[in-house]
Design a protein around this ligand. Structure first.
Ligand code: DAH
Length: 331
């Protein structure tokens, strides 16, 4: 073995290793190369193993060359490792770039049904006027729906409403006025109460009639309440609901109020009936055990669908229940 042989081997190794390092594509591959060339059992060590056959004078010379080769390869490895890392970070940054000019993702949003939002609005107005919200059952007895409301069995006013009777003699309430009775049973005057709810009528369904619809009932009982209080309350409510529109009170009849009135609202040049109301009939107070000489009261009831149809210019009540998104998304 000649010193020149070892030098040649080292030079060939340096060339081959440099090329391999330059084309390595990953840190793992680089580590493999490092072990292969510079490891304890690597190729440089193997070549140096042949040094034993050299003379003592030649050995340091070869050792110096070998060290130089080792250093060069180590430097190449380090530089390549750094450049691979830089490339990796650059690729990551590129992949994670946020393009703020991309169009957003459209997620359809749910909203409150027009009937519910109208009920909410009406309740808000009355709560603002000092009223409390009350509810009652949709299945009722004859007593709460009719009798306690001054509508005995033979009363002609029962013909005004076609009632769904149940086999056990109970019925589906035809109006929310039943809640007046349930509330008065449990409370003493002064009373300010507002009661929203579903009501049922055996009506033939058409553009303006539904078998199930919604009402909001109003009841105030106190000493010295007068018809002017009723008028003022209704006026203020309608003003907040519809804005400043002409309204008129028209004499009417309900068994549970005396006097009674219906209220019309001028909307798009036409008078529309929007609610019934009146001073609570003394007979209703007597049934509740209230002294009609001491207490007076007023009551009103209105149909929510009717309000919604006027407010939103809906042509057919059935649209309100159809759950057609093309309709509902307009609100
Ligand atoms: N209950 C009546 C109806 O369904 C509406 C009504 C009228 C309610 C006059 C009242 C009232 O409280 O005083 O047609």
């Amino acid at each position: 073995m000649q010193i020149s042989d070892i030098e040649t081997q080292l030079e060939e190794l340096r060339l081959g290793a440099t090329a391999a390092i330059a084309t390595a594509e990953s840190p793992e591959k680089l580590e493999e190369l490092r072990i292969n060339y510079l490891g304890k059992k690597g190729q440089v060590s193997k070549i140096l193993g042949g040094m034993g056959k050299l003379s003592p004078e030649e050995r340091p010379k070869v050792g110096a060359i070998a060290n130089k080769v080792k250093q060069t390869l180590q430097t190449n490895l380090d530089e390549k490792r750094t450049s691979l890392q830089v490339a990796e970070i650059a690729a990551l940054l590129q992949a994670e770039t946020l393009d703020v000019t991309m169009p957003g993702v459209y997620r359809p949003q749910g909203k409150i049904h027009p009937l519910n939002s109208l009920i909410d609005k009406a309740l808000d107005i009355f709560v603002g006027l000092g009223y409390t919200v009350a509810t009652g059952p949709e299945m009722e007895t004859d007593y709460y729906n009719f009798e306690a409301l001054n509508t005995p069995p033979d009363h002609p006013a029962r013909d005004m409403q076609d009632t769904f009777y149940l086999p056990d003699g109970n019925l589906m309430r035809t109006h929310t006025s039943s809640v007046q009775i349930r509330y008065m049973e449990k409370h003493q005057p002064p009373i300010r109460v507002i009661a929203p709810g579903r009501v049922y009528r055996r009506d033939t369904v058409d553009a303006t009639h539904a078998a199930v619809f919604h009402q909001i009932e109003l009841l105030a009982v106190d000493e010295r309440l007068r018809f002017s209080d009723l008028k003022g309350t209704i006026k203020e409510f309608l003003r907040q609901m519809f804005g400043d529109l002409p309204i008129r009170f028209r004499a009417s009849y309900f068994p549970f109020t005396e006097p009674s009135a219906e209220v019309d609202l001028q909307w798009n040049g036409r008078w529309l009936e929007v609610l019934g109301c009146g001073m609570v009939d003394p007979n209703v107070f007597k049934a509740m055990g209230y002294d009609p000489e001491k207490y007076t009261g007023f009551a009103a009831g209105f149909g929510v669908e009717r309000f919604a149809m006027v407010l939103h210019q809906i042509d057919d009540i059935r649209r309100v229940y159809a759950s057609d998104l093309r309709f509902l998304q307009q609100f």
